[in-house]
Design a protein around this ligand. Structure first.
Ligand SMILES: [Zn+2]
Length: 167
């Protein structure tokens, strides 16, 4: 387990598509542990493997007051609605922006025991799932900014969380 560097925009690894994990072995558990340690150290809500330079479809998410979750090969299988939310990213430090996300999503993935999991989420978990799965596809949150919106600079001390919760 280790805290590893987080790659920052415009590093090209953030624009690459991550590959499916085909079998669960020690190397996948190591990546999962590194994701959790690095996410927690940065006080983020989520982290995708691309952000630590690994092109495998693995994400970590940790909601406030909850245990960290690992999702392997996660996929959004249904989503509905639109809402505007403030968002930020550990790979784009110092900025935040208002973007459009779904009201709820359904996702499927494997967990660390290689068990099939289904997740129906709204609120911050839905936003985190969309944000982290986007990373696996080389998409960054500012790609979702609408035409008249811009990224805003924020003070470093207010940018501790990767995704800011809606009021
Ligand atoms: Zn991010």
């Amino acid at each position: 387990m280790a805290i590893v560097p987080i790659y920052e925009f415009p590093h090209e690894v953030l624009r690459k598509k991550a590959r499916k994990v085909k079998k669960l072995d020690d190397s996948i558990h190591r990546i999962a542990d590194d994701l959790i340690d690095t996410m927690q150290n940065a006080q983020g809500v989520g982290l995708a493997a691309n952000q630590i330079g690994i092109l495998k479809r693995i994400i970590a998410i940790q909601l406030p007051e909850e245990d960290p979750r690992i999702y392997i090969n996660p996929e959004i299988i249904a989503k509905e609605g639109e809402r505007e939310v403030p968002e930020a990213c550990l790979s784009v430090p110092g900025y935040t922006g208002i973007i459009t996300r779904s009201i709820w999503v359904k996702a499927k993935a494997w967990d660390r025991e290689w068990k099939d999991v289904r997740i129906r989420a709204d609120g911050l978990l839905a936003q985190a799932l969309e944000h982290e799965i986007d990373h696996l596809n080389g998409i960054l949150y500012m790609d979702h900014l609408s035409e008249h919106q811009k990224l805003q600079k924020v003070e470093p001390e207010t940018n501790l969380e990767e995704i800011q919760e809606e009021d």
